[in-house]
Ligand binder design. Structure first.
Ligand code: FMN
Length: 335
């Protein structure tokens, strides 16, 4: 089902969460090809943008195949955040600007950025207002439910973002203190869904198409945002979109399909970042593609230690070859 963020049409209700080190342009293209309605880039520092840091500017590259896509920024002061938002507005191909209000790590919250604002709905209102006043593109906010169990202002913060002109909101159902531990609290997300009027993306522990359906129907969100479940598993996007639209479950990818897509991901990363950086960054993703595939343990280790696209390609090809031989052996035994 189509929906809108400001004047941007999102073709379906499956959104890929921003993930630092993961949702770069290479992976975002794959996610779009595998059915994502919207993709969000890794969080980008407002100071990095202000100082025109080369690495930061490279992170804002948008491939035409990614649209609609959103660039997420984080920052701690009005001046730097507004300047960064204006830069994204005027100098990038992003369709949407997202403000990070959920990053839990010390390095970020101690600069008064990320999840820090969750302690103060007034600050949420002010910071979002500064940004919406300064840019033309639609602005969205991604936040957590609260700081810790004693400081949960989920509804207040969501309403503050809405009043400040946010065009949509995403909420991860964990507090800052929880980091990634325990469960996402969908009960709090439900309270928020009942109070706000702007489109709401529910996030946290959506791992299957059925989870996504539950998020939409029981929690009452307008879209689902999926993070970790997509790593090494972009098929989940099409499976979820298809299930939401038809109620049917698509087949799981075969080990061969997984390896072919893993190689595609590696090639795209190398194309984007060059052989050395691209292949090293892919090390962190390779294991996700092989998760659950029998006899892949050695391949995973080999990939973790490999450097360069062609070495990694060879390791994947060797795995496929052995897999074929195993299948042929099993076939002979069965006859
Ligand atoms: C490796 C990793 C990197 C992340 N980076 C970001 C980020 O840059 N910005 C952000 O708002 N959230 C970030 N998150 C949080 C996710 O967007 C999401 O809120 C969280 O993983 C919960 O969703 P899930 O249960 O579907 O994974 C990150 C999560 C992971 C696992």
């Amino acid at each position: 089902m189509k929906w809108n963020i400001g004047n941007v049409t999102i073709p379906n209700q499956v959104v890929v969460a921003p993930m630092a080190g993961v949702t770069n342009s290479a992976f975002r293209i794959i996610c779009k090809e595998y059915g994502a309605g919207l993709v969000v880039c890794e969080m980008i520092s407002d100071r990095g943008i202000m100082y025109k840091n080369k690495k930061t500017l490279d992170m804002m590259f948008v491939d035409p195949r990614e649209h609609p896509m959103s660039i997420q920024i984080f920052g701690g002061t009005k001046e730097t955040l507004v300047q960064a938002a204006k830069f994204v507005d005027q100098n990038t191909a992003a369709d949407i600007i997202d403000i990070n209000m959920g990053c839990p790590v010390n390095k970020v919250v101690k600069t008064d950025a990320g999840a820090r604002w969750l302690l103060d709905p007034k600050k949420v209102y002010e910071m979002v207002s500064y940004v919406t006043d300064a840019v033309k593109k639609p602005v969205t906010v991604k936040m957590r439910t609260g700081w810790d169990e004693d400081h949960i202002y989920a509804v207040e913060n969501a309403l503050a973002a809405e009043r400040a002109g946010a065009s949509a909101l995403a909420m991860h159902g964990r507090t800052r203190k929880q980091m990634y531990e325990g469960h996402a609290d969908w009960g709090i997300l439900k309270q928020v869904a009942q109070e706000i009027h702007i489109p709401f993306m529910g996030n946290g522990d959506v791992r299957t198409p059925q989870d996504a359906k539950k998020m939409l129907t029981e929690v009452g969100t307008d879209a689902v945002m999926m993070g970790r479940a997509v790593e090494g598993n972009p098929w989940i996007l099409k499976q979820t979109q298809h299930y939401l639209e038809t109620g049917e479950l698509l087949a799981e990818p075969t080990p061969e399909e997984k390896v072919v897509t893993a190689k595609e991901h590696l090639h795209r990363l190398v194309e984007l970042k060059g052989d050395y950086i691209g292949s090293h960054e892919f090390r962190g993703q390779a294991g996700y593609y092989l998760k659950g595939i029998p006899h892949s343990a050695r391949t995973k280790v080999a990939l973790t230690n490999a450097s360069g696209e062609s070495a990694m390609d060879d390791i994947f090809d060797e795995f496929l070859e052995k897999n074929e031989q195993r299948k042929a052996r099993q076939h002979r035994i069965a006859q």
